[in-house]
Design a protein around this ligand. Structure first.
Ligand SMILES: Nc1ncnc2c1ncn2[C@@H]1O[C@H](COP(=O)(O)OP(=O)(O)OP(=O)(O)O)[C@@H](O)[C@H]1O
Ligand SMILES: [Mg+2]
Length: 341
């Protein structure tokens, strides 16, 4: 296959691209900032996201993907085209792309994504289901007639998938993931401390001292907020134990959803999963102690894939490089379409 081969992950929070021989070449927020009156694009990607909660009325910040669902297709396509253009503009030969996108898209939505990807000059574009791309990127072998359970916990969705022979056999997409953890921290601090904080602060706390299982040693972090009653600025500190409590319901909801999928799985596949354990990927798999908390609730061994937030893009890149071998192994690119431009 001539031209650069690029795997793209269309995620709720980030659009990530992985190029063969180069690694991650793009990791930008799935966001766009526009002039509210003229509609002119002011910024795309991380530059646009930096305006979150800080925009005046004259600027509108749009994040078109929520809970794994693309709410505004035309905005999503504008962002995808603009960001992919940055990766592809210097390519001598037209690149080939596989876009990892949420499963369950309609044929029309799939086609729209393919067209948006083609608009950056790609020669060949395919769409691959998120769980397959994540599993490949996590290094899980999925071609064999053997069940594997992969859980991708991203920003907007948790995708729970049992894969066998290159195909998703059982899956559930839960509209609860990292963004909901941030919101849970905001709610928790308002309820227990009477403090209001913004989502970016909640996310920073989650990344630095957040945990899904108690840490061996308690950590404390300082944050700035607003006294909810007096509406005065307030500096306060919060502990990892408090954040663990804030995140408990979300973690339990994920475990319950996994158990519901496992209930549907027939005995042979179930036995495979018990033996092979669970692989966690997606950025939220990096939450401290999430593997321990899920292992305890599921009674299964849990492994966290390295570099979890890049698994889907890497997996899409892998699929592009190994398309022939994977097809020979009976692997099905269920959403594949080619040369639509
Ligand atoms: N160290 C960390 N601890 C906890 N959460 C983290 C950490 N690093 C990243 N995250 C979270 O991972 C999420 C982003 O993950 P990812 O890039 O996989 O999402 P996405 O693919 O854009 O979303 P989705 O798959 O839901 O469409 C964010 O919510 C972010 O806060
Ligand atoms: Mg994702």
């Amino acid at each position: 296959m001539l031209g650069m081969q690029i795997g793209v992950d269309l995620g709720s929070s980030c659009i990530t691209a992985y190029a063969r021989g180069k690694g991650i070449v793009l990791c930008e927020a799935n966001a766009i900032a526009c002039d509210s009156r003229s509609g002119d694009v002011l910024a795309v990607g991380n530059e646009a996201l930096a305006m979150l909660d800080r925009t005046p009325d004259s600027v509108t910040l749009k994040t078109p993907m929520r809970g794994g669902v693309i709410s505004d297709f035309s905005v999503q396509c504008d962002i995808l085209t603009a960001l992919l253009d940055r990766v592809c503009k210097n390519a001598v030969l037209r690149p080939n792309l596989i876009v990892s996108a949420p499963s369950g898209l309609s044929a029309l939505e799939r086609r729209t994504i393919l067209q948006a990807a083609c608009a950056c000059g790609a020669a060949r574009v395919s769409v691959l289901e998120d769980p397959i791309a994540s599993a490949l990127g996590a290094g899980v072998s999925i071609e064999a007639p053997r069940g594997v359970l992969v859980i991708d916990i991203g920003a907007g969705t948790t995708d729970i998938a049992v894969i066998t022979m290159g195909t998703v056999a059982y899956c559930r997409s839960l509209p609860l993931a990292g963004d909901d953890f941030d919101q849970a921290i905001v709610r928790f601090l308002r309820r227990t401390r009477g403090v209001e904080i913004g989502l970016p602060t909640a996310k920073r706390l989650k990344h630095t001292i957040g945990c899904a299982a108690p840490r061996e040693e308690e950590f404390e972090a300082a944050a700035n907020g607003k006294d909810a009653v007096r509406q005065m600025p307030l500096q306060f500190s919060v502990t990892s134990t408090e954040l663990c409590e804030a995140l408990r319901d979300g973690v339990e909801a994920i475990a319950d959803a996994v158990l519901a999928v496992l209930e549907e799985v027939p005995p042979e596949l179930f036995a495979d999963i018990c033996e092979g354990g669970v692989t966690l990927c997606g950025g939220s798999a990096k939450l401290y102690g999430l593997d321990t908390a899920l292992a305890e609730k599921l009674h299964l061994p849990v492994r966290v894939a390295p570099d979890g937030e890049h698994c889907a893009a890497k997996g899409a890149g892998y699929a592009l490089q190994h398309m022939k071998q994977l097809e020979d192994h009976g692997f099905s690119f269920r959403l594949k379409e080619r040369n639509i431009s």
